[in-house]
Design a protein around this ligand. Structure first.
Ligand SMILES: C[S@@+](CC[C@H](N)C(=O)[O-])C[C@H]1O[C@@H](n2cnc3c(N)ncnc32)[C@H](O)[C@@H]1O
Length: 214
């Protein structure tokens, strides 16, 4: 609808500044998942910015997925899931309890140990996907999703506004009409490094888009 369109414009408008953008092939060649996890998800005190960023993401995802309209259904597709699982874990009850704790009181490890098996059973398939392709899933046929989540993916995969727009259109083909795309995105970034610490925690926004039919 019109409101979602405006939301998309708002998110995308900031990308029009002259910038160096990474292209999809950059990831094919350079993305290092181990480094990425270490750099952004180690939750150590020396990585306070990264930890705060993840806590913000988790809190927002938790809020979104506690709304029944977003957690209804069977199939959830995580586009650009990378090596991380927080975007899936945030949907689970135990994680919500964990989120209510103060930062100093939280114990990630025991919660994570319990979750691992459950999450492994929940994930049915991990597939290659390219959001820049009209058919992002390639030759594999998939049931349409009740929800799509995509965290910190499109801004890295898309070199300009036109590519970002068409990537949104491409991933929307995976979704049942009328259902939702939940997106965590860093606005205003021109590039990002999976290898070194970010100098600043980028401005974050979480958007819900109503899927458009046809
Ligand atoms: C910054 S990581 C985000 C990983 C994870 N979703 C998170 O929130 O931490 C970006 C992810 O986008 C994926 N990606 C990059 N280009 C892509 C493309 N053209 N199509 C699909 N995924 C892509 C990368 O493989 C990587 O897993």
């Amino acid at each position: 609808g019109a409101r979602e369109e405006r939301g998309a414009e708002l998110a995308l408008g900031r990308m029009e500044a002259p910038a160096i953008f990474m292209e999809a092939e950059f990831y094919q060649r350079n993305f290092d998942p181990r480094e990425y996890l270490k750099e952004f998800y180690s939750m150590s005190t020396s990585r306070e910015g990264a930890s705060a960023f993840m806590m913000l993401n988790l809190g927002n995802l938790r809020k979104i997925f506690s709304l029944s309209e977003h957690s209804r259904g069977d199939i959830l597709i995580d586009v650009g899931c990378g090596p991380t699982t927080y975007q899936l874990l945030s949907n689970h009850r135990e994680m919500k309890k964990w989120l209510k704790n103060e930062a100093g009181a939280f114990h990630w490890e025991p919660k994570w140990a319990k979750k691992q098996e459950k999450l492994r059973k929940t994930v049915k398939q991990v597939l290659k996907c390219d959001v820049t392709k009209a058919n992002p899933r390639g030759p594999v046929s998939l049931p349409p999703a009740d929800c799509i989540v995509s965290t910190l993916c499109l801004e890295g995969a898309c070199k300009d506004l036109a590519t970002f727009r068409s990537a949104l259109r491409n991933i929307s083909t995976l979704l049942k009409p009328g259902r939702h795309l939940v997106m965590v995105t860093a606005l205003g970034d021109t590039c990002y490094s999976p290898f070194s610490a970010p100098e600043v925690v980028p401005f974050l926004s979480l958007c819900i888009f109503q899927a458009w039919a046809g």
